[in-house]
Design a protein around this ligand. Structure first.
Ligand code: PEP
Length: 233
């Protein structure tokens, strides 16, 4: 079984989510499907895809205008939440430490965090890819109990239509698996994300230690998303 997670970012509509759920009902797959959607689409949504959010507050409650707590997300029905996505790190200053706090809040509310790590183009060009991934995992993933998912997302490849080589993905995922093992989290699924589509999903998911994919643009339309879900049955 693989995990296929979609990240709708700030796109879509509530009715579009209902249409996607209806389309997914006809899909023959044993893979776990998750859709991380804008906050306002979460409430009461049901269907074959489990629903997740795309961010959560690092605080429990209080004077944090515009933020949404993990407890609120859980009450609305979210089962997952993406934390540390490249765009949050880039536009909102989310550091590894903040990401870990967010993941801890999610866990305390019974929500599985999907913790993103990955290098920028500058970090890749400076030869720092593995160093950034390592510190990302060690500093963003909470110690202790509770299921988490880690997503390796090379930031330069997100939305760019390009992916690292299979060897580079394999190297990154093996290192992440080893670090998670050393943290007592050896069972953690590790997703690959960035420019996944129907045409490359099967090949990427056949790389060792790739337990599924995190999909941005190609998760918005069922015609693009379903071929990824059925790429490996
Ligand atoms: C993402 O933003 O998490 C992502 C993987 O985007 P895309 O698939 O569009 O590259």
């Amino acid at each position: 079984m693989k995990i296929i997670a979609g990240n709708w970012k700030m796109n879509g509509t509530r009715s579009g989510l209902s249409e996607m759920q209806t389309a997914l009902a006809g899909v023959n797959t044993e893979n776990r499907v998750i859709l991380c959607v804008p906050f306002t689409f979460i409430d009461g949504t049901t269907g074959p895809a489990a629903i997740g959010a795309q961010d959560v507050s690092e605080h429990d409650h209080g004077a944090f205008t515009g933020q949404v707590s993990a407890t609120m997300l859980a009450e609305a029905g979210a089962k997952y939440v993406i934390v540390g996505h490249s765009e949050r790190r880039m536009y909102n200053g989310d550091t590894n430490e903040i990401v870990r706090h967010k993941a801890e809040m999610a866990l305390s509310a019974g929500i599985t965090p999907i913790i993103c790590v990955g290098e920028t183009a500058e970090e890749r060009d400076a030869g720092k890819t593995l160093e950034i991934i390592e510190s990302g995992v060690r500093e963003s993933v909470p110690m202790g109990n509770g299921d988490v998912i880690v997503a390796y997302e090379p930031r330069w490849a997100i939305g760019a239509g390009i992916t690292p080589s299979n060897d580079d993905i394999a190297t990154a995922h093996k290192m992440i698996a080893d670090i998670l093992e050393s943290m007592g989290r050896g069972d953690t699924p590790i997703l690959y994300g960035a420019s996944v589509k129907g045409a490359n999903a099967a090949e990427i998911m056949s790389i060792p230690h790739v337990d599924g994919v995190l999909v941005g643009g190609a998760s918005l339309k069922s015609d693009d998303f379903i071929p990824i879900i059925t790429a490996i049955k």
